[in-house]
Design a protein around this ligand. Structure first.
Ligand SMILES: [Zn+2]
Length: 270
């Protein structure tokens, strides 16, 4: 009798959990409810290696440890890690010989297999839930920039690409960063005037030409930028050509400072 009773209580708890989760909100009902039902059938898996994970976090233990966080020492301007011990306030050769249009860049992780899986999961696989832990890591890596920022502006997608992909992953990261830091996000403050072809096979100079003049601050949005310290938000910093073009546009509109915060950062081996 006792066993049957316990079993019934267990079953009731599952049904209650399902009802609560499925009815939680109207906006995310389909997504959250669907996931809750799936979680009862299929345990959550690691976004990178697909191993079963005990908690509903995005990564398993070994994959968390393979994620390479960027810590000091790094170039204070570009945020690129130094392979050796460096004194505080050091700048890289690149920052001195070819200074960027932005003031400082920081990233949470080095771009590698695990961070790539998180970025791709968010961008292409509809895993919008990944934006929460990714933004948390960005808030930690960018705490100095966030403390001084007046406004967060995500790197915009071209409207056609936004329509195809349905959401801008950088805007989603910026909104979560706003929630964590209290700094407002202005998604409309920067627009992409033209689609830029894929940058993958281009040289540094070609990438720069590719994005030159691609961005604009609409007149009605100038007040969000002029005289303010802007923190640009993007998912990946590759060569910096895109954020550099954004920074030039923001500077022309009168931004008093421009920093860049990304989730991942490509660092060429060398
Ligand atoms: Zn894993």
């Amino acid at each position: 009798m006792e066993d049957t009773g316990r079993e019934a209580t267990g079953r009731n708890a599952i049904v209650r959990h399902w009802l609560e989760t499925a009815g939680r909100s109207t906006r995310h009902m389909a997504r959250a409810g669907g996931r809750a039902v799936l979680d009862l059938v299929l345990p959550p898996t690691c976004i990178s290696c697909r191993a079963i994970v005990a908690t509903s976090g995005p990564l398993c233990g070994p994959c968390w440890s393979r994620l390479r966080l960027i810590e000091r020492p790094f170039c204070e301007r570009l945020g690129t890690p130094f392979p050796f011990e460096a004194s505080e306030g050091r700048l890289s050769v690149e920052a001195i010989t070819d200074p960027p249009a932005f003031d400082r860049a920081r990233a949470a992780t080095l771009f590698g297999p695990v961070s790539q899986d998180l970025v791709h999961g968010l961008k292409y696989a509809d895993r919008m839930d990944l934006a929460v832990p990714m933004a948390r890591m960005m808030a930690r890596a960018g705490r100095e920039l966030l403390a001084e920022a007046d406004v967060l502006i995500p790197v915009p997608l071209h409207p056609l690409r936004l329509w195809r992909r349905r959401f801008n992953q950088s805007a989603l990261l910026a909104r979560h960063l706003s929630r964590l830091s209290g700094v407002e996000t202005r998604t409309e403050a920067l627009v992409r005037r033209r689609a830029t072809p894929s940058q993958i096979s281009l040289t540094r100079a070609e990438r720069r030409a590719n994005v030159a003049g691609a961005f604009a601050v609409p007149d009605r949005q100038a007040g969000a930028v002029a005289g303010r310290r802007v923190l640009l938000v993007d998912d990946v910093f590759t060569t910096g050509a895109t954020v550099d073009a954004c920074a030039r546009t923001l500077r022309r509109t009168g931004a008093s400072g421009i920093d860049v915060l990304t989730f991942a950062r490509v660092v060429e081996a060398g």
